[in-house]
Write a protein that binds this ligand. Structure first.
Ligand code: UDP
Ligand code: MG
Length: 318
């Protein structure tokens, strides 16, 4: 019989002193179920990643580690935000597990779905996305704004998995590929689908927070969404160029109108024709020029990221 995989559950924690004592036992319970069901090895573990919390989160993590060695921890020197602490956690477990599952400390994402994720991993899937089946427990406001963000991002050229946050399983091979992305504007939801590899989704119901309050108010969500678009797509710049082209067409129509008025109307004010023409023609030319500069900046922007240009998934060579 082949060896059972070691699963690492990676949890970003910022000011979660109230949530952790409730959520960690539930995660340990999942580890027990995984090993009892012959789905994962008994050396599977949880990595709690403290994101420079201002409360007693790290002390709580130390206590949990003393009580059960399957609970491990890392602590960042200062608060770097959810995406960075998650990356820190994933890179810590890389090569120390067969697959890593990332999940929030508040257990809003049903941890039972981990079992299904690991089952799919054992069947050969390299990335398994947790997708919310409903947002019934989110407020109307959060639900509507979140959906508006998804469609806006798509229009702006950013491909993400719909209703998937950062609850997902990644094989160690996927983690290796993730490690090649050197960008500092991290938006994992955009990067992971780019990695490719054989993937699947598991759906689950999203719950209320176990304790404490949300660290993602509207303003943070908005800036997160803009970050996502601007680190994945130069499309907004192309839109400037297109607007310039459309305005140039309108400028030509305006020019015809101005010329006919100039020659055939006897009550136009002095200077009207030249001012009208200048505004429309120069305005559109300036926008086009900015758009062209934008195309070059867009190229620079994709070059400086030094993203991997390809990922070889399989090889037959002998
Ligand atoms: N988090 C973090 N650093 C931050 C903000 C949040 O590590 O600066 C963690 C937080 O502890 C939680 C996860 O990110 O585990 C998601 O945060 P939260 O549940 O507050 O967001 P929401 O579910 O309300 O969108
Ligand atoms: Mg939450």
């Amino acid at each position: 019989m082949t060896k059972l995989p070691t699963i690492a559950i990676v949890v970003p924690c910022y000011n979660e002193e109230q949530a952790l004592p409730l959520s960690v036992p539930k995660m340990l319970d999942i580890l027990d179920k995984l090993s009892a069901g012959q789905l994962a090895s008994t050396d599977s573990y949880i990595l709690l990643c403290n994101d420079g919390s201002k409360d007693r989160t790290w002390q709580v993590i130390e206590q949990l580690h003393l009580a059960d060695k399957r609970v491990k921890g890392i602590s960042l020197a200062h608060n770097r935000g959810h995406q960075h602490v998650l990356l820190a956690g994933l890179m810590t477990v890389r090569n120390r597990c067969d697959a890593a599952v990332s999940i929030d400390a508040d257990l809003q994402d049903d941890p039972q779905a981990i079992i299904e994720m690991v089952r799919k991993f054992n069947q050969g899937k390299e990335i398994v996305y947790g997708v919310r089946s409903s947002r019934a427990t989110d407020t109307w406001f959060k639900r509507t704004t979140a959906h508006a963000f998804y469609s806006f991002q798509k229009k702006m050229g950013l491909e993400t998995v719909y209703d998937h946050a950062d609850y997902r399983l990644m094989s160690n091979r996927a983690l290796d590929l993730l490690a090649q992305y050197g960008e500092s504007n991290l938006f994992l939801r955009g990067i992971v689908p780019q990695i490719g590899l054989d993937n699947d989704v598991v759906t689950y119901a999203r719950d209320e927070r176990v304790a404490g309050e949300s660290k993602y108010p509207f303003a943070k969500m908005l800036s997160f969404s803009i970050d996502g678009i601007t680190s994945f797509s130069a499309r907004p710049m192309r839109w400037i160029f297109l607007t310039g082209l459309i305005l140039l067409v309108i400028a030509l129509i305006v020019a015809v109108y101005v010329f006919t008025s100039y020659f055939y109307s006897d009550h136009i004010s002095a200077g009207w024709a030249s001012v009208m023409l200048s505004i429309w023609v120069l305005g559109s030319l300036i926008l086009i020029a900015i758009g062209i500069v934008g195309e070059y900046i867009g190229k620079i922007f994709t070059e400086v990221k030094h993203r991997p240009r390809y990922a070889v998934a399989d090889e037959l060579w002998d």
